[in-house]
Write a protein of this length. Structure first.
Length: 427
């Protein structure tokens, strides 16, 4: 009789409440639950774009010509010049190549300036005066119809409009844009470069320019010494250029290859040097055409160059190796304050803080919790002893976790009275 009563009266925690109270679930790293399209290596220490495989092609385009130069051209140059000068030619090309590859890694393997996604849309009061704008816009499906699609921000005395990102649920800072390939908002977004397999933004633009310019100098170096090699052959054999090419065909191939490539990387270097001097990004240059109107970010070419090359690179706003709870990710990604959230945003805890505002459990969860506490109280009034649970306590017992959760809703007083009654009944 009692067993039957216990089986029907003893409450069981709902799935959602169990995820709230239990905190011993398996933990994962942020990079393992990242909702962007990035690829991570070395335990989240390196972050690449989804097209990271293109790096293999870029590496081959750099390394193979250098290997051919070292194997077929430089030995002849060593013999033609003095021994030390010939070795220096080889040493310089190796140093140039290593330097270029290192810059390629710094460009493609680091956070370009990704903005962390919000847990939920910003509140209208956080938006400020901009919330008085039009209310009927596609963002209303995220549960905040009063948010306008844009708001005005003052930059160096100029008014700049910033847009709301539906995916990241935030107003993008000035010069920030959402990359459709990586599925992230990136600060000072320049472009997504398929050759390096990564977005080019605030934290890696400096290294991208240095990589492109280094590749240009490497091509010019190989091109120049291939011509020197052909000239030495023509002088040694007293022949024309065609016969010299037949004696060293690799030199001819490398001259043709580097001549084509130098137009590409050299033109890219010149273009980005212009962008740096005028403080523009590739995205802004093609979209806004600042050469035809005022550029709010242009502070003169000296300050612009200093900003790119001599300013401190900001730290990443994402800790990709930080640990998060898998259970709380599953729970909080589905609801918060009774509003559906974006499925792209993993959550790390029950208490979400955004703009200093603490978000609590939804009202229906509170009601469910109160019903369970009431059921436990009913068991105590009946003077029954709930059966022992395999979790290390009684099924009807008010655990410290449950007590702490109830205290958040101001129910601590009710718990204290029930504990006193429970102690009197045991006596």
């Amino acid at each position: 009789m009692q067993g039957k009563m216990y089986g029907t009266a003893a409450p069981q925690l709902s799935d959602s409440n169990r995820r709230i109270i239990e905190t011993n679930g398996p933990s994962k790293r942020v990079y393992q639950v990242w909702k962007g399209s990035n690829r991570f290596f070395l335990g989240g220490r390196l972050i690449f774009g989804p097209d990271a495989r293109s790096l293999i092609l870029t590496l081959l385009l750099i390394v193979i010509p250098v290997i051919l130069f070292g194997a077929f051209v430089s030995p002849k140059l060593v013999n033609e010049f003095q021994h030390q000068f010939g070795n220096l030619i080889i040493a310089i090309v190796i140093i140039f190549t290593v330097h270029t590859l290192f810059l390629l890694l710094l460009t493609s393997g680091r956070d370009p300036g990704i903005m962390p996604r919000n847990a939920h849309p910003p509140e209208p009061e956080d938006v400020g005066e901009a919330s008085n704008s039009s209310v009927d816009w596609p963002g209303s499906q995220h549960g905040n119809p009063s948010l306008p699609p844009t708001k005005d921000v003052l930059v160096n005395g100029f008014t700049v409009k910033v847009k709301y990102c539906h995916t990241c649920m935030l107003y993008r800072p000035p010069r920030c844009s959402h990359c459709s390939i990586c599925n992230n908002c990136v600060e000072r977004f320049d472009h997504h470069c398929p050759w390096v397999g990564q977005c080019i933004g605030k934290r890696n633009y400096r290294f991208f320019f240095m990589f492109v310019s280094s590749a240009t100098f490497l091509c010019l170096y190989v091109l120049a010494f291939c011509w020197v090699n052909l000239k030495k052959i023509m002088e040694a054999y007293e022949c024309n250029l065609w016969k010299a090419l037949l004696k060293s065909p690799v030199s001819g191939i490398l001259i043709l290859y580097t001549f084509v490539v130098v137009w590409f990387v050299g033109g890219l270097t010149a273009f980005h040097l212009y962008l740096i001097c005028t403080n523009q990004t590739t995205y802004e240059n093609f979209r806004y055409r600042y050469d035809k109107k005022n550029n709010p970010y242009n502070r003169g070419w000296v300050q612009n160059i200093r900003e790119i090359f001599f300013s401190r690179i900001p730290s990443s706003k994402n800790d990709f190796r930080a640990k998060v709870k898998e259970d709380s990710i599953a729970f909080t990604s589905s609801r918060s304050m009774g509003r559906p959230l974006s499925p792209d945003m993993p959550k790390t805890s029950l208490d979400l803080e955004m703009g200093g505002k603490r978000q609590n459990v939804a009202a229906e969860e509170l009601e469910d919790l109160q019903n369970q506490i009431g059921s436990i109280s009913g068991l105590e009034r009946c003077g029954t002893e709930p059966p022992y649970s395999s979790r290390g306590g009684y099924k009807g017992e008010i655990t410290p976790d449950l007590e702490a959760l109830a205290a958040e809703f101001g129910m601590q007083h009710g718990f204290t009275e029930r504990e006193k009654k429970s102690g009197q009944s045991l006596k």
